[in-house]
Ligand binder design. Structure first.
Ligand SMILES: Cc1cc2nc3c(=O)[nH]c(=O)nc-3n(C[C@H](O)[C@H](O)[C@H](O)COP(=O)(O)O)c2cc1C
Ligand code: SF4
Length: 450
């Protein structure tokens, strides 16, 4: 297996990852309300590091409290959080696993504002409400944009101070950067709206500010949605197409990005991200946590809750998936982006089969894959492949119950058919909690003083 391309190192300009498998961004609501991270997050990340992934790309980590997507997720907005992140990095590094922190800002896509943001209008490129849940927002002024740019730069500096291995800008999936990049969302008439170059200005200013703050040597990658497919709600504009994103990726590279991470969709979740099923039974019991967040959320709750109404949402959601695979849903788009940049390209979306990934690398579609759900289902997926299995014995079914539980319940696999019993499923969900001894992790080195 040593010659297997999956297990060959991936060399970025200033970072080498031991294999081609990245744990994609995913986490749960297990941190503190003030944004400080907990031992539970460390336990969560270590599960994947112990399972053999070459690098972990964190969940979205807001650079400001007002950029939170969900409460109880760790943030990087304070200098005194640096030792906490350092502790997490040290724990993951013990498994020869790299840690890349995803710098993010929700903009108007704020699922669950929490106490900090409940009465604060979210900033965006636009003052139009978000289309799926009806989250309200206000177009940022030039002074506010400048403040946001500096917040990203300060976040990157804190990540470097914490000894982590790099940063990823979350410029995909509907969050603040997408709200500027997307022609389906950005309706500004100033220098941040209109042409593609203007819409990309905010992202480019952030890359420049980060480079000015942390230098050229610190790893910086950008997660982009290859195609917006912004018309999930059928009367919305389609947004950016692949050729737009190729241009953006080229600009990111020339401004100093070291890799492009290719995703899809201008909102999250999106019918194609994460690709797979939609469990009405699950969302009918969890969406109530979001009813107060958006002006259309109660309508959605009724569509999810009442069986007679479900076909309406089913049609809206599933019509975009026609003819597209789950595994490698955006692989051809990644291939097109890779053909136009020289930095490595990662791709996310449904990856689970070793031979499929191998083929994607050798055929030039991408250099590595970022996997979320298949690793949640099988934390040791990489080890199973190393032992010669092509697919794990109990694969992820792409049911998306993990996703639809995430706003309310602990993160983990909720697919009952994968477990001998419901109790066994819950037992697995509980393994990350701080007081549980079951993970048997090595002790974490003491954090440096702030
Ligand atoms: C519960 C859950 C949380 C996620 N959180 C994030 C996130 O914080 N940032 C991000 O860029 N993507 C996030 N994603 C998307 C995944 O990182 C990944 O790109 C997507 O699920 C497709 O990959 P997969 O098919 O391997 O799951 C999340 C996905 C799930 C299921
Ligand atoms: S709940 Fe489990 S099986 Fe379903 S998509 Fe999530 S990880 Fe996969």
């Amino acid at each position: 297996m040593n010659q297997d391309v999956i297990f060959t190192p991936l060399r970025f300009r200033n970072l080498t990852v031991k294999n081609r498998i990245f744990r994609s961004n995913i986490s749960g609501r297990f941190d503190n309300e003030d944004g400080s991270l907990t031992q539970t997050r460390i336990n969560w990340e270590c599960k994947f590091a112990a399972g053999g992934v070459g690098a972990i790309i964190s969940s979205y980590v807001p650079v400001l409290m007002e950029g939170r997507i969900i409460a109880d997720y760790a943030t990087i907005h304070r200098d005194d959080f640096i030792p906490l992140w350092e502790r997490l990095g040290a724990a993951v590094h013990r498994f020869d696993c790299k840690y890349i922190l995803q710098l993010s800002h929700s903009g108007r896509q704020m699922d669950f504002p929490g106490v900090h943001n409940s009465h604060r209008p979210a900033l965006s490129s636009t003052s139009r409400k978000e289309t799926l849940h009806g989250f309200l927002c206000r177009a940022a002024s030039k002074a506010e944009i400048d403040h946001l740019v500096q917040a990203f730069a300060a976040g990157a500096w804190r990540v470097r101070e914490a000894g982590l291995d790099g940063v990823e800008l979350h410029a995909a999936n509907g969050y603040l950067f997408t709200q500027f990049l997307s022609s389906g969302i950005n309706d500004r008439t100033d220098e941040y709206g209109g042409s593609l170059q203007n819409r990309a200005r905010f992202l480019i200013e952030v890359i420049r500010a980060i480079r000015a703050r942390v230098g050229r040597e610190f790893h910086l990658q950008v997660k982009l949605s290859a195609v917006d497919r912004n018309n999930v709600i059928p009367w919305e504009k389609k947004g950016n197409v692949l050729s737009d994103t190729i241009e953006i990726a080229k600009w990111c590279e020339s401004e100093g990005a070291d890799a492009i991470h290719v995703s899809t969709g201008s909102l999250f979740p999106h019918p194609l991200n994460p690709p797979g099923d939609f469990s009405f039974e699950t969302i009918a019991t969890t969406y109530d946590a979001m009813i107060a967040s958006g002006v259309d959320a109660f309508r959605n709750f009724l569509l999810f809750r009442y069986r007679l109404l479900r076909p309406i949402f089913r049609w809206v959601w599933f019509r975009m998936k026609k003819g597209l695979p789950i595994e490698g849903v955006s692989m051809e788009e990644a291939r097109a982006i890779k053909a136009n940049v020289t930095v490595p390209v990662l791709n996310t979306g449904g990856y689970q089969t070793a031979s499929f990934i191998r083929n994607g690398i050798t055929s030039g579609a991408f250099d590595g894959v970022a996997i979320a759900r298949s690793l949640v289902a099988n934390n040791d997926l990489v080890q199973q492949w190393a032992m010669g299995r092509d697919l794990p014995e109990r694969p992820c079914t792409y049911c998306n119950k993990c996703l639809l539980n995430a706003a309310k319940n602990p993160v983990g696999c909720y697919e009952l058919v994968r477990f001998p019993s419901r109790d066994a499923m819950i037992e697995e969900l509980m393994t990350i909690y701080a007081t549980r001894p079951t993970l048997n992790l090595p002790p974490v080195v003491a954090a440096k003083a702030a």
